[in-house]
Each structure stands twice: as C-alpha cells, then as structure tokens.
Design a binder for this molecule. Structure first.
Ligand SMILES: Cc1cc2nc3c(=O)[nH]c(=O)nc-3n(C[C@H](O)[C@H](O)[C@H](O)COP(=O)(O)OP(=O)(O)OC[C@H]3O[C@@H](n4cnc5c(N)ncnc54)[C@H](O)[C@@H]3O)c2cc1C
Length: 431
C-alpha cells in the first residue's frame, strides 16, 4: 500500500455523478483541497449512463432551484446557439425540465470542476475507509498504478451506492427495506424521427402501440407504457422505456446481465418504432447507454429520515438545503407499474433537510444524492439530478464550515449553512 506523505487532502469526494460534481465544486470554491474519485471514465454518473436524460425538477413551482445547477444551466442557455432549453414535461405531474446537449453539458461540467481547482481522478475507485473510533482517517483507493491510501479531513460519499459509508458502519436499507429496488433502465435516442407525426399522438405513453407490440410478442410485457420524449435536438426522441426489474445494482454480475438484456429489448423496441409508429420510418438508434442506469440501491441512515408525510405536508425544514416538487416517481419496485403521483394536489414544494445527508455517528463523513436518508416514498421524489447537484453543493459547503470551525459534521451550524447556501444562490430555503 502506497503511504506517500503527500497523500493527504481536505476533502475526498467519492463519485463523479451529478452529486459529486456539486460537492466537489462547492468545497473547492471554499479554498479547500479537493480530490474527486470517479470509478468510471466520465463525469456524470447516471447522467452519462443515460445520455440525453432531462434535468427534471429544476424548477419547483416554476422557480429554478438556483446555485450550481442554475450556473450550469445559464452557461448552456447563453451559448450560441443555446445548448439547453427549459421545456414543459409531457408526462403527468412533472414540472418544467431542462433539456440539454449531452456532450456540451458534460464538457461544461468538467470545465467548471477545472475552474474550481478540483483534482479529478478518473478510473479511481475508493475501496475502504480506515477508521479510528468514529472518524475516517484515510481512504484506500485503487487506480491503474495499484492501491493507495489518502488521508482526508472530510469524506463526502456521492457514489450512488454508498459502499464506503456502509463499510464505515453507517446502517442502510436496500430499496424499500424489503429488498425491492426500482427497476434499472437502458436508454437510447432515435434520430431523424419526424416530431410532427410522432408527437401528434395524444397519449403521452403511446399505449395503443405498446399493447399491439406486446400482444404480438414483439415487445417485452412490461413495456405497457412507452416513455418517448422529444430530445434536445430537433427530430430526436429520447427513449427511456426499457426497464429491467428486480436487479440488485450493487451486484456487478447482475448489472452485466441486465445491460445485455436491456440491449436486446432496446433493439427490439427501436425496430418496433420504425415499423409501427408513424414518424419513425426513417429514424435510427444512437446513444444506446453503455450500461443500465441504476435508480436505487442503498439508502443510508442519517440524523433525519425524510418521509412521504413530509412531502405531502410540503414541509420546509429550517435546515432545508434544496427545494423539490418532483412527483413520487416509482419505477417498478414491486410490480410492473410506473407511477408518478403528485406530492400534493395543486402547487407546492418541500425542502430536503441537511440532516438527511449526515450519519448519526461518523464525525467526518457526509453522503448525498441517491443514497440519502429517505423512506421509499420520499426517495422516489428527491432523486432528480438538479436536487442531487444541490445536495452535493450543501455537503461541499458544510465541509468548509466543519473544517474552519474544527467541528464534526453533526455539529455544523445549519442556520449558518443555509444562509451561506442562500448567498450561493439556492432558492426556496429556510422555514
Ligand atoms: C434510468 C433513469 C432515469 C432517470 N430519469 C431522470 C430524469 O429524467 N431526470 C432527472 O433529473 N433524474 C432522473 N433520474 C435520477 C437521477 O439520474 C439520479 O438519481 C442521479 O443522477 C443520481 O446521481 P448521483 O450522483 O447521486 O449518483 P450516480 O449518478 O449513480 O453517480 C455515482 C458515481 O459514483 C461512482 N462511484 C461509485 N462507487 C464508487 C467508488 N467506490 N469510487 C469511486 N467512484 C464511485 C460511479 O461510477 C458514478 O459515476 C433517473 C435515473 C435513472 C437511473
């Protein structure tokens, strides 16, 4: 194990998905030395595995959540030609979302990490936390040069699956607590589709076509609703339809099998669209995901567990760090159904409390993104990418407060944190 003396830093962010992107930038902008470890070869996480997926819930009650998400969107909006656009979502109960050019967006995200001074380590996997009492002293990680150890004052787990937090002893539940996890999805895009004809269909889920395809044995039976959305560029259609159920996203072999099964179903669906759905006759598939996108695995136990009842009451927590009005977007946890029920009738939003990102015991660890402490209902709403970026931003900012004041993460003054996040441009915060 490499124990070089220069292997120490202020903050290790584990995972370069949307959450890790927000966490690393926020911490580095507070003049901290930040190491971002990303196991894969690209920034984005699920956003990169499902290229073209819109940033949903960026505009709770039609106001942008602000902060780093807003900065990223504004950079893309202001390009010539614009590389992102705010659009209404065609699916029930979802508010406006941001469609963007995937390659420009990931390039811009990396640029923002560079500008903040984040050290980005790609193809670098965090393996094990080295504990002293309730503190993580260092993290063992692996890259092409072999295994290493790095000391860090604060660790922010943005890995989506929470391996390091779990190994540090943070209790967790898998999926809904009964072991049912949301389905995983392989996505693709069709180019050269004729939008005018494709979207003249008045059912947003294309159910009559799906029914025919299933009855004729040409589509998988759980494709009863086809999630087809206008892509960012004209005449492109993003297909987020192929869901594989009952896959444990922490099991690498299960993920391999699901990815190959997903490819089969995606090719089948693309052929079906071309032959049966008007407007797709001359279309072809691009951007088939490199792997399935995993929605849900571990949910870690935090100081506070956000609940479905909190959402229904539109609770604005005093330590709320991001606004959200996403519906309860449950994807085939324990049935073939996809549901997205509104959190309340009419307009309303809730906030996600910082305490849901803080473990009860480990004093220098935070976690954010899709490993948040939430019950199954709340989780189905909080997991949108804009909220993930903001959760990351909150933990990166909290890291600076904890280090400057020599406090544990549990002792961070949440009033001060929320005030700082407001200064950073996050909206709808505070009670
Ligand atoms: C199919 C699908 C459709 C969705 N649709 C939408 C949508 O339309 N709009 C929306 O806003 N949201 C959507 N979501 C939700 C959203 O994409 C995710 O909740 C969000 O991207 C999660 O971000 P994250 O950064 O927390 O985790 P992830 O994106 O999973 O990122 C975690 C990163 O950590 C890395 N990692 C893991 N372990 C380690 C380790 N030990 N060391 C180093 N790196 C590690 C991984 O490689 C990965 O890059 C969808 C999700 C899925 C799966």
């Amino acid at each position: 194990m490499d124990q070089a003396p220069n292997q120490s830093t202020d903050v290790i962010v584990i995972g370069g998905g949307t959450t890790g992107f927000g966490a690393a930038i926020a911490a580095a902008r507070q003049d901290l030395d930040v190491r971002l470890f990303e196991a894969g070869s690209k920034i984005g996480g699920v956003m990169a595995f499902c290229p073209g997926m819109p940033w949903g819930a960026a505009y709770p009650c039609d106001t942008i959540i602000g902060g780093i998400m807003e900065e990223l969107a504004e950079r893309l909006y202001s390009m010539t030609p614009p590389m992102a656009e705010k659009r209404p979502c065609t699916l029930e109960n979802f508010g406006p979302e941001i469609q963007y050019d995937h390659e420009t967006a990931t390039f811009t995200m990396f640029e923002m990490l560079e500008e903040a001074g984040v050290h980005v380590h790609l193809n670098t996997t965090a393996l094990q936390p080295m504990m002293t009492g309730n503190q993580i002293q260092s993290v063992e990680y692996f890259d092409r040069h072999g295994p290493h150890t790095m000391k860090s004052k604060i660790i922010i787990d943005c890995s989506g699956d929470g391996d390091i937090s779990a190994r540090a002893g943070v209790p967790f539940e898998l999926g809904d607590g009964q072991g049912n996890m949301m389905g995983v999805t392989l996505s693709f895009t069709m180019v050269n589709a004729d939008w005018a004809r494709v979207f003249s269909e008045d059912d947003p889920y294309f159910r009559r076509y799906a029914e025919k395809g299933i009855a004729e044995g040409r589509l998988h039976p759980n494709l009863a609703q086809l999630y087809l959305m206008k892509g960012f560029s004209r005449d492109t259609v993003f297909c987020n339809s192929v869901v594989i159920r009952s896959v444990d996203g922490t099991d690498p072999e299960a993920l391999g099998k699901a990815t190959q099964e997903g490819r089969r179903r995606c090719h089948q669906l693309a052929a079906f669209l071309r032959s049966d759905v008007p407007g797709f006759e001359d279309a072809r598939m691009i951007n088939l995901g490199p792997t399935v996108g995993v929605r849900e695995t571990r949910k870690l136990e935090g100081m506070y567990r956000l609940t479905g009842a909190d959402l229904a009451r539109c609770t604005k927590f005093p330590d709320g760090i991001v606004a959200c009005d996403n519906p309860i977007d449950d994807v085939m946890r324990d049935s073939d159904e996809m549901t997205h029920d509104a959190i309340v009738n009419g307009e309303g939003f809730y906030t996600i409390p910082f305490r849901s990102l803080v473990p009860k015991k480990i004093e220098n660890l935070m976690f954010a993104g899709r490993i948040i402490s939430a019950d199954p209902t709340a989780f189905a709403s909080v997991r949108g990418m804009p909220q993930c970026i903001a959760m990351g931003q909150a933990t990166g900012t909290a890291a600076a407060l904890a280090i400057a004041q020599d406090k544990t993460v549990q002792q961070v003054d949440t009033i001060e944190l929320v005030n700082e996040l407001k200064i950073q441009g996050l909206r709808g915060l505070g009670s």
